[in-house]
Each structure stands twice: as structure tokens, then as C-alpha cells.
Write a protein that binds this ligand. Sequence first.
Ligand code: KG4
Ligand code: ZN
Length: 348
Amino acid sequence: MIVLGVESSCDETGLALYDTERGLLSHALHSQVAMHEEYGGVVPELASRDHVRRAIPLLKETLARADLPMSAIDAIAYTQGPGLAGALLVGSSIANALALALDKPVLGVHHLEGHLLSPLLATERPAFPFIALLVSGGHTQLMRVDGVGKYTLLGETLDDAAGEAFDKSAKLLGLGYPGGPAISTLAESGDPTVYKLPRPMLHSKDFNFSFSGLKTAVLTVVKNHEEKVVANICAQDKANIARGFVDAIVDVLTAKCVSALRHTGLHRLVIAGGVGANTQLRASLNAAAAKKNFKVYYPELEFCTDNGAMIAFAGALRLQQNPGAAKREYGFNVRPRWPLDQIDTPAT
Ligand code: KG4
Ligand code: ZN
């Protein structure tokens, strides 16, 4: 069975073809980062319009790369939520229109389920059950995963998501959008002993997170700096602040993963979502894994951030589990707010 995946929940348009027998056949992606950069963040209306422009050329590219005609598609999976309403509507309307034209079934997929299962696309696949740390621009959650669709929320952020903390702190340091990769690169040349920032909720004895205070701590460092404005802070000291921030967030994320593993008695940890691409987080988790005797699994770097492959893949797994999950009832409702623990509750 060949499943076409369509991702359009935020600022990436992703299309992919996944074959349940042969694996991922092809994928194509357009990132809108350059377009949103000048506004310092995603502009929802521009995002929607750009998805409209990109989706069909990317579909053609995906089919060409797999050397397949449109008629080879057996089912279409699209991101139904969570995400930006307008952006989701573009992907869902394209998926439903295509499915109607091809007379194929269509299936709405949960974006976070896509992220959660994306490490299973890698060569080294984790077996169930495992703990998953989902760290994206909008979410920070620790889940216990017992199988496809079997997700138990252990804890989540009470305020900002990890990616959001990266982006906002990067902005405070005068770095571009998205700030995650930029602040991470800058931190590499920073001195870890200069700025010791707080580790929020490190000892909270639960699996929740809070990152808004960390962003405020970065703001306070900048405000109290003798230069007062970030533009005047020298490059080395900016790197020191970046290092202080990255070390703090990485420490908290690592500690909570370790305690979730200890609490559940599991030995496999999966990292998913854009922040999973972070090199310092990977180094810290790998060091903890060696020390505490667990194994960490990451998606391929290109599948850490939003992409169509994870949607095609999650759709394919869902269909293998329940072939009736895809429908020929065209028409759709997107779910901009859709908690993962309500994945099986029908849309109202
Ligand atoms: O999963 P994703 O692509 O989109 C959402 O579903 O939100 O995650 C995007 C987030 C952004 O906040 C971005 O700054 C962050 O992931 N990110 C990173 C890195 N690459 C992306 N954060 C830290 N280090 C990185 N290397
Ligand atoms: Zn995402």
C-alpha cells in the first residue's frame, strides 16, 4: 500500500510517499523560514498562501523522485492538527480534493503522532514500549508509548515549549528566526562558567516543565549587562549567555527524561520534534544513556523538524492497524488544538 503524506501545519510544506512494503519512497519539502524571517516569526496568513503555492509542485516532485504516476497512490494522509488553522486547511483541502479525484481514501493524522513515530523511519528502530520526549516549537511533552496509538502523557510544559524558549531567547540575543539552531551554534563558543541560569522545575518530582522563567532570566542578564542593549554586547559575551541558556535547558530536559525512564522502568528513549536536532541536547542525552544504561533513538536529522515523511508514515501505520481508518467521505475539519491524549476522540 502506497500512502501519500501531506504536511502543512506550520511553516513547512512536506509531501512524501511511503510504501508499507518498501518503506519511504520519496519526499519533498519546502521551508518558509526565509519568508517569515523578516517578520521575526511565522505570519499565519503568509504561511497558508505559501502552502497553496508549494503543495502541487512538491507533489509532482515527490512522484517524479519515486518514478510513480499519481494513480499509484492508494491512500492519502494529511496533518489534521494541531497547528495553524489556515495552514492546516490548505493541506486538508488538497488531500481531500486529490483523494476525491483519484477515488482513494483519505485520513487525518495527528502532527505530534507523526513526530513521535518518526524515529521508526530510521535504520535503527526502537521497539515498543519506549519513553518519548517530544520537543517542538509548540510542544514539550514526555510520553510513554506502548504502540501505535497507545500514548500516555507523563508530563508537559506548563508554559513555553522548549522550541519557543530557544526562539524567544535567541530573539533576545538579536539572533534571527528560527532561533534554535542559531543560539545552539553560538553557544558552542561560549564559556559555561560565566552565566549560570536557573534550571526551572529540575527538582519538581514530576515530569512537567516550565521554560518561560528561563527566557526571562536571559532577558534579565541582557538588561543588567553593562552594555544594556544586546547590540553592544561583544560576540564572546553573547556566546557566553547563549551557553548559559543552552546548558540550563539541556540539563532540565535530560534530567526529566532520566527520571521518566527510572519511574517507568523502561530503557529506551525516543527524541522527536525540532529541538531533537539540537547537538548539545544529543550530547547530554548520549552521555546520560552511557552512564545510566539506556538507549536513545533519534529521527534522521531531516525528519526532526516538520516533514511529509512522518505524516505518510504515521498514516500508513494507522492504516495497517485499521484499514477502515481512511474514509471516502470527502470534506474535512481541521483540529488546530488537538491534545495527543485525545487522539482517538472524534472531531466535533
Ligand atoms: O518540530 P518543529 O519543526 O515544528 C513544530 O512542530 O513546532 O520544531 C521547530 C522548533 C523551533 O522552535 C526551532 O527553533 C527548534 O525546533 N529547533 C531547534 C533546533 N532546530 C530546530 N532548537 C534547538 N536546536 C536546534 N538545532
Ligand atoms: Zn512539528
